[in-house]
Design a protein around this ligand. Structure first.
Ligand code: PEP
Ligand code: MN
Length: 342
């Protein structure tokens, strides 16, 4: 950490601050400038106590941390791209995936039909959501255990990988043998207890960014997973809450590029929950790929207009092939760009 002292700081002030720095287990290095003195404090900021406690001393102007809060997630720690393996479907390091499926499992026929349409188009990872944590308790909450049963039957028939949102620690065991990747939804993006529990489940995790999380908070949430033993983490940008209701959420394309710079973890984009409207999903998908995403997670339903949740934004699974065809030039460019990056 760096401590900048005020202009009038005396030798006694410098000695007082230095002593406090030592008592907090950092080594102070005093740098006397023409106008101000700076104390560079050497020590591990992640394991030691923060020196920001010194911020209120009369002689201190500012305290700046140097280390990032997300060490294991950062590119400084692991310069090359990580590759996440979801039952043989790779994400990251030049491997792109489009995950697709309905917002929720609503019944056997609905889910089977979606999976049949999507696997025919070559989709390797299906959104399989028996649990739906919703903002309102009156909205459809998912079929829960009945949905898990349907998921199990369909998985057996199609032998396709599935990603499922886990709403709380109690659902980890329920889903563990049937899901291939856990999703942490935007509403749970900073539920640290859940992240810690999930890290021990031994499965890849798709970590959505919270609707009001900073990039640092998003990456630090990923750090919870990695530091607790889960190395297979995919970040997912799904849009932020904004003042403008024209789109459901404000897709933060800049965050996709920043996350790729700061972190070695693969980054995906969810154009569906950002758009809130079918007509915008293709454009936001192209934008995500252009910004550096390693893939997309897209909602698709066999009868979107009658979907129990998110009806306005789901694509029709029977024409998902046309959506993929439209994305082909962008996928090709993205693959070439990722290969050149390596
Ligand atoms: C979802 O993917 O099903 C979902 C609810 O998304 P989010 O958590 O991003 O709102
Ligand atoms: Mn949804």
């Amino acid at each position: 950490m760096i401590i900048v002292l005020k202009r009038h700081a005396s030798e006694t002030d410098i000695a007082t601050v230095s002593d406090l720095v030592c008592s907090l287990r950092y080594q102070p290095r005093i740098i006397r400038g023409v106008e101000q003195t700076v104390i560079a404090c050497i020590g591990d900021e992640l394991s030691n106590r923060s020196l920001t406690v010194l911020q209120d001393l009369p002689a201190v102007e500012a305290v700046f941390p140097v280390q990032k809060k997300f060490k294991l997630v950062s590119r400084d720690y692991h310069p090359s791209d990580s590759v996440v393996n979801v039952q043989g479907a790779l994400i990251g390091g030049g491997n792109m995936q489009i995950i697709a499926g309905p917002c929720a499992i609503e019944g056997y026929d609905q889910f089977r039909s979606a999976v049949q349409d999507l696997t025919r188009c070559g989709i390797k990872i299906i959104r399989a959501m028996p649990f739906k944590p919703r903002t309102s308790p009156y909205d459809f909450q998912g079929l829960k255990l009945d949905g898990v049963k349907i998921m199990r039957e369909i998985k057996k028939e199609f032998e396709v990988a599935m990603v499922s949102e886990v709403p709380g620690p109690a659902q980890i065991e329920i889903l563990r043998d049937v899901t291939d990747m856990f999703q942490i939804g935007a509403r749970n993006a900073q539920n640290y207890d859940l992240l810690e529990h999930l890290a021990h489940a031994g499965k890849p995790v798709l970590l959505k960014r919270g609707m009001a999380s900073t990039i640092e908070e998003w990456l630090t949430a990923a750090e919870y997973l990695i530091v607790n033993g889960c190395s297979q983490v995919v970040l997912c940008e799904r849009g932020l809450r904004s003042f403008d209701k024209t789109t459901r959420n404000l897709l933060d394309i800049g965050a996709v590029a920043v996350a790729r710079q700061l972190s070695h973890l693969p980054v995906m984009v969810d154009p569906s929950h950002a758009a809130g409207s079918r007509s915008l999903v293709a454009a936001l998908s192209r934008a995500g790929l252009a910004a550096g995403a390693d893939g997309l997670i897209v909602e698709a339903h066999p009868d979107p207009v009658n979907a129990f949740s998110d009806a306005a934004q789901q694509l029709d699974s029977s024409s998902f092939g046309d959506f993929l065809k439209g994305l082909e030039p962008w996928m090709t460019l993205a693959r070439a760009e990722r290969a050149a990056d390596r």
